[in-house]
Design a protein around this ligand. Structure first.
Ligand code: PMP
Length: 305
């Protein structure tokens, strides 16, 4: 089993088998939970785990909670301490993924957010690749639209909203594609099923702005900084039209689970020369060094366990 032996549940660390919720729980009935997804990387040379940007992940989690009127008795630092406690309980020596969730924990029927108890929980699991074909992905434009910020907070990681992501992913996979790009209600490219998207056009790296119904990705933010500072690239945040993608030189997707996935074909049209481009290749290498704690210029992003 790839899951952790222990989890944080209802205020303490317990065996995973005891971290159970009732079928009448509000979050299960209505998707009223918000979550985060962090990775920790094993550095074989240093024999240490490095959690990537935990402060930023927990800040976004607390922002998601705020949008959904949820409160827990921990701030970012408290959640980081709790993460260290969870990681020290099970002796991990490989790449892992952490899933913290804040959820409406009361039981019973009633669609609302107020006057309900909030709980925090977290488990851990072994994690390798999320998109198997991450150097040569063939993607399609989804026929689904990305959730709009006026429907469910798009910049929040709201559990119920991931039914949208699941529809996007499954339809793409069942049609033989590795992933999908999804348009927002304005017809602009917003992101993938659970990753942000970048294109290189005329040598400029372009990614949709945070006002185009994207999740404000932490990998996205990291890649923008790396591209500017390490590769000297111009990075522009602006809306992207559907057909711009067809004439881009390079494209890739970013996410905690996905990391950096090279898109080489979209709806049967090759991107650039149809292979992973040189900028994507360099960013992947840079990113891997940074997340594994091998680049001291970015050690501020690594929490050593
Ligand atoms: N968009 C969506 C919908 C996501 O679920 C994720 C994964 N959290 C991302 C983008 C990428 O965000 P991050 O780089 O912070 O993991």
């Amino acid at each position: 089993m790839d899951l952790s032996k222990h989890a944080f549940f209802e205020g303490k660390i317990v065996p995973l088998s005891e971290a159970k919720i009732n079928i009448a729980t509000h979050a299960f009935l209505y998707g009223t939970a918000v979550f985060g997804g962090l990775r920790a990387y094993w550095n074989e040379q240093k024999k240490r785990l490095f959690v990537f940007r935990p402060y930023d992940h927990f800040r976004r989690l607390l922002h998601s909670a705020k949008m959904m009127t949820m409160r827990i008795p921990y701030d970012e630092e408290g959640l980081i301490q709790l993460t260290l406690d969870v990681l020290h309980t099970d002796d991990w020596r490989e790449d892992i993924y952490l899933r913290p969730t804040i959820y409406k924990a009361d039981m019973g029927i009633g669609v609302k957010l107020h006057d309900l108890r909030d709980e925090f929980c977290m488990f851990v699991m072994k994690f390798q690749k999320y998109v198997r074909n991450d150097t040569d992905a063939h993607v399609t434009f989804s026929s689904w639209r990305r959730i709009d910020d006026n429907v469910i907070p798009a910049r929040g990681k709201v559990s119920g909203a991931y039914a949208n992501s699941a529809l996007i992913k499954t339809d793409a996979n069942l049609s033989g594609f590795d992933e999908a790009l999804v348009l927002d209600h304005n017809g602009h490219v917003s992101e993938g099923s659970a990753m942000n998207v970048f294109m290189l056009r005329d040598g400029v790296l372009v990614t949709p702005p945070v006002t185009d119904n994207i999740l404000e990705g932490i990998t996205r933010r990291s890649v923008i900084e790396l591209a500017r500072n390490e590769l000297g690239l111009q990075v522009v945040e602006r809306s992207i039209d559907r057909t711009e993608v067809f004439i881009a030189e390079e494209m890739f997707m970013t996410g905690t689970a996905a990391q950096i996935v090279a898109i080489t074909k979209i709806d049967h049209r090759p991107i650039g020369q149809g292979g992973m481009g040189s900028i994507t290749t360099r960013l992947r290498e840079l990113f891997d060094d940074v997340v594994r704690g091998r680049n001291s210029s970015y050690s501020k992003w690594n929490l050593e366990v």
